[in-house]
Design a protein around this ligand. Sequence first.
Ligand code: APR
Ligand code: PHB
Length: 407
Amino acid sequence: MTARQESRTQVGIVGAGPAGLVLATLLARAGIDSVVLEARSRAYVQARVRAGVLEAPTVDLLREAGVAGRLDREGMPHTGISLRFAETPGGPAEDHRIDFADLVGRGITVYGQQEVVKDLLADRIDDAGLPVEFEVSGVEIHDVTTDAPSITYTAADGTAHRLRCDVVAGCDGFHGTARSVVAPEIVERVYPFGWLGVLAQAAPTTDELVYSHHDNGFALYSMRSPEVTRLYLQVPPDTEAGSWSEARIWDELQTRLACDGFTLNEGELLEKPSVTGMRSMVASPMRHGRLFLAGDAAHIVPPTGAKGMNLAIADVRVLAEAVERFYRDGDERGFDDYSATCLRRVWRAEHFSWFMTSMLHRFDSSTEAGDPFGVGLQRSQLRYTVTSRAAATSLAENYVGLPHGAV
Ligand code: APR
Ligand code: PHB
């Protein structure tokens, strides 16, 4: 057997999603070396379509890190969203705008997650010439309870490597391996539905997102650009995406999004429809020794609150500050506080995402008798949210994103 090739860096990062790449960027800005190891190819991670809402604090951070040039040119600033629902079951739906600018003085930016990933990869690899190792396999994390952890892996060319480092960041997403090394306690909730998502070559007809509560189930109207619409339908959890014809998807979207004065433009689907399960999950603690979990590796939110990428980025901000403090002052207190600091924001986002999910989806489809009490509560919450300034402000400040460090 040939010997492993040995290398060294300060921070070994597993995963080149938003968490791993933003961490690498923040560390580089602070003069700290890192190596990013990614299981997939660059083309694959750049093409993966996911959510597309950036909180105000996320945009601020990307600007401070100097990676928001294209985001500022092409991102779509939004100052509100609409909640769409009927006053009475089966009645005509109406839009109720939640005006973020008026309520909390800030907004969100619609910009696809894969665009953020493309910008971060271009900044790191093409502009700064720093390393991201794609298509690695067999990643294993060692000795995290010592001050000399390491990561072993097989590179794309088949050679075996050991990367020695001071700190390991487990940014390898929900299906990654880092979480099992931390062996945290897991709490979770699985929802009895999924989302079928489509991306369509169709001009959005309103420039804001619409969250629609309908007797048939939830629908979401979003967009990616002035030419591309992103749409979602609540479906049973075990739905095969291929079992819905294009005609059926459009028909159901037209039904669930119908509202006076609103037109849903149809168009060619730009990728195969996909179904995402809906779950909430929190792993704690998010640290074991010198291994720190960040992003989807540590927590999952249902997409209704659009928090996934934002939380991942909030985590690595805390981690980057802790790592900087360690190298600057030899002070490990940032490491000690990491998990508790992150988990405060994580639980706020978990609550908000659960709240939005509970208020907007149909929960009774699996029971013949339905759940009239649950539906009554949902209608009451929707009405309260759109008629009380206090309730609308609460939704707005959570949606737009509480300032980092505020929770
Ligand atoms: N070795 C190396 N890389 C791995 C491994 C492994 N064993 N397992 C997973 N990865 C990679 C994945 O291929 C992926 O590119 O880790 C990366 C994790 O990225 P994300 O799943 O995007 O997770 P994260 O960076 O935490 O971002 C969270 O992404 O999941 C979406 O919508 C979610 O917005 C949320 C955000
Ligand atoms: C999206 O545009 O993909 C999107 C927007 C808002 C959400 C979820 C997804 O809550």
